[in-house]
Design a protein. Structure first.
Length: 245
C-alpha cells in the first residue's frame, strides 16, 4: 500500500477537473479497524446512545490513488460505519486510507450553487455542504468497480426524493482533495431557478417522514461563504468554481 501522505495530487490538497475515474474494490480488510476493534466497538455503543438513528452499514475507503492529468485511478477497501466514526472521532489519524466519496455540485438556471443542511442525527449535521454520502455496497458493480456517479444519484434520491429527477448531469468530475477527504463532485445543472428548487425541496420535506435535510443554502458569490459553517472540502470546491467563472 502506498503512503497516502505522498506528495502530489491527489495526495496533496487541490482541485482538479477530470474526464473520468476508475474505482475498484480490492480484497482484504482495513488493518486500522482490526487493530482497534475493541475500542471501535466501545465507541459504537456510546455513539448509538447519542445518535439512535445510526446504522452500522458497509462503507468503502480509498487506498491507492493516482492521477495522470485527466483520469484518477483508485482502489477501495471494505469497512463499516462504526470503524469510520471511530477514525473520525480521533481526528483521522494516518491509517493507510483516505475518505473518498461522491458529491453533487448543483447549479440553478440563475447561476446559484445549491448547498444543503442536514438534520440532527446525521453525520454532517450543522454544516452546509454538497449533497454527498459514503460509497456503500449499492455502488459496487458485479465486476468490483464503483460507479461514483450512480452513488451520487442514489444519495440525491435519499436526500431530496423526487426532486432529484429535475437535475441534469453534466460531463466529467471536479475532484477536491482537502485534508483526509477526496471528493468526486459530479456537476449537475437545473432547468429551474434557485427559488423554485428551494420550494420543491421544502415541499418534499413537508410530505416526507423524517427527511434527511433541513434546508437548502444558495451560494451566488464568494462573500456568501464568509459566515457560512461549511465543510472544508465544499468550501475549497466552491471557492475554485466561483473564481473560475
Amino acid at each position: 500500500m502506498k503512503d497516502m501522505s505522498e506528495s502530489g495530487f491527489p495526495h496533496a490538497n487541490g482541485v482538479k477537473v477530470i474526464a473520468d475515474c476508475t474505482l475498484k474494490v480490492v480484497e482484504g480488510s482495513w488493518a486500522f479497524a482490526e487493530k482497534n476493534a475493541a475500542a471501535i466497538e466501545a465507541n459504537w455503543e456510546q455513539a448509538k446512545l447519542t445518535n439512535p438513528n445510526y446504522f452500522n452499514g458497509i462503507v468503502y475507503l480509498m487506498q491507492n490513488a493516482t492521477y495522470d492529468g485527466s483520469v484518477i485511478d483508485a482502489t477501495l477497501v471494505r469497512s463499516d460505519f462504526k470503524s469510520y466514526i471511530y477514525w473520525r472521532k480521533h481526528g483521522f489519524p494516518e491509517a493507510g486510507v483516505i475518505d473518498g466519496f461522491g458529491s453533487a455540485l448543483i447549479r440553478s438556471s440563475d447561476g446559484l450553487f445549491m448547498l444543503i443542511m442536514q438534520r440532527a442525527g446525521n453525520v454532517n449535521h450543522g454544516f452546509a455542504y454538497l449533497p454527498s454520502g459514503f460509497i456503500d455496497q449499492n455502488d459496487v458493480l458485479p465486476d468490483g468497480t464503483v460507479d461514483i456517479g450512480q452513488s451520487v444519484e442514489r444519495e440525491l434520491e435519499e436526500e431530496i426524493g423526487e426532486v432529484a429527477s429535475t437535475l441534469r448531469r453534466d460531463e466529467g468530475y471536479i475532484v477536491v482533495r482537502e485534508g483526509i477527504h477526496l471528493s468526486f463532485a459530479v456537476p449537475f445543472h437545473l432547468p429551474i431557478t434557485s427559488d423554485e428548487f428551494i420550494a420543491m425541496v421544502a415541499r418534499h420535506n413537508e410530505i416526507t417522514p423524517d427527511p434527511e435535510i433541513d434546508s437548502v443554502v444558495p451560494v451566488r458569490r464568494m462573500e456568501d461563504l464568509d459566515d457560512l459553517k461549511i465543510l472544508p472540502f465544499a468550501r475549497a470546491l466552491l471557492e475554485a468554481v466561483l473564481v473560475a467563472r
